[in-house]
Design a protein around this ligand. Sequence first.
Ligand SMILES: Nc1ncnc2c1ncn2[C@@H]1O[C@H](COP(=O)(O)OP(=O)(O)O)[C@@H](O)[C@H]1O
Ligand SMILES: [Mg+2]
Length: 379
Amino acid sequence: MIINEENVRKIIPVAGGKGGVGKSVVTANLGILLSSYAKRTVLVDLDLGGSNLHTYLGLKNKNAGIGNFLSDRSVKFNELITNTPYRYLTFVPGDVLVTGLGNLQQSQRNTIASRIEKVDADYVLLDLGSGTSLNVIDFFLMSNSGLVVTTPQAPAILNAYSFLKNVAFRQLQRTCTSPKAVVEYLKNIPRDKTPGATPTIRDIVKKIKSISKPAGKAAAEAIARMKPQLIINMAESPEDVQMAENLRDLIARNLEIKVGCLGVVFYDRGVNQSVKQLTPFVVHSHDSVAAVELDRIAQKIIHSPRFPDMPIDLEEYESSFELASVEAENDFAEIEQSAAEEPDAVSLSHEEFIAIIASQKQQIDELKGTVRMLTMNQR
Ligand SMILES: Nc1ncnc2c1ncn2[C@@H]1O[C@H](COP(=O)(O)OP(=O)(O)O)[C@@H](O)[C@H]1O
Ligand SMILES: [Mg+2]
């Protein structure tokens, strides 16, 4: 596991548990923004079985990717890194050309991880799949500070929680490889299917400590190293930050993980339109609130040489969640103001509506007259 704050080169996996919360949109657009500050950024599509990152970048899927790398020994990993229309941004495609790789073997995951760790760049973003398979969890654990994208809705929040619980459990399994009693204890936890029997990570660490002091210490340290960062996507009001705060508290209580919050990205129609037009939204609607919000997140990352640790000027806020909440309130005020300024057909009075129809009718009559005259002249 790479400890990002100690590394110049940051590996940032993007996960979230639930599908459709915006992991790929965020990865693609955040990559473009990071590269726009002349940071050499590589995007890797690791959603094997569901690779679609190229579409969010507006690229045709014609280059060899991870699928080719795994199925053809003559393909070198570095050859997969392709250029994009953005100067400092490169891209490693997934498995669209060679499919059927949904479930990798441990050795395949290790090979990919070791190649990614050697890639020369400032930032390496990994677009991960949904769910809690080892493909997702092990790639997420490539660094201590992956992003967890969630919407404010309860199902996404619960998936984010259970995703991190699985991540923490896997981290314990990887860390505690001795003594045998601890290994056996950990092995048996997922086997106990009694409803309500699953202990919290806090309980598990306690139990490990009671079996072996050194293993317990290692377990606690391994959990403490993890600093995942939340992004609340498709938010609709500043109160949505509260959902993220509830999630943070639940995670702190049961998993003993300290999560941070990188910020909120509001729901924005421009995002969907840009997806349809195969243009990244930070390019397509670069002055939209969502694009500005994602840019703020990119800047937080860039201005934190010890990311995920935030720089001093952010410390005037009690927590990254408080800052996100203040930002969300300002953004929401801006959205409301521009909505108020926009001429809005729905808010027309009945009289105004009749007047507009009457004037349109008159224009149509005039047009009809013109057309009649033109056709008469032709005869
Ligand atoms: N902030 C947003 N505002 C509006 N639509 C969004 C936003 N973020 C994502 N979407 C939409 O959600 C859909 C799913 O996003 P995607 O990144 O593919 O999800 P995931 O990778 O998590 O499965 C996309 O079609 C995109 O248009
Ligand atoms: Mg995706």
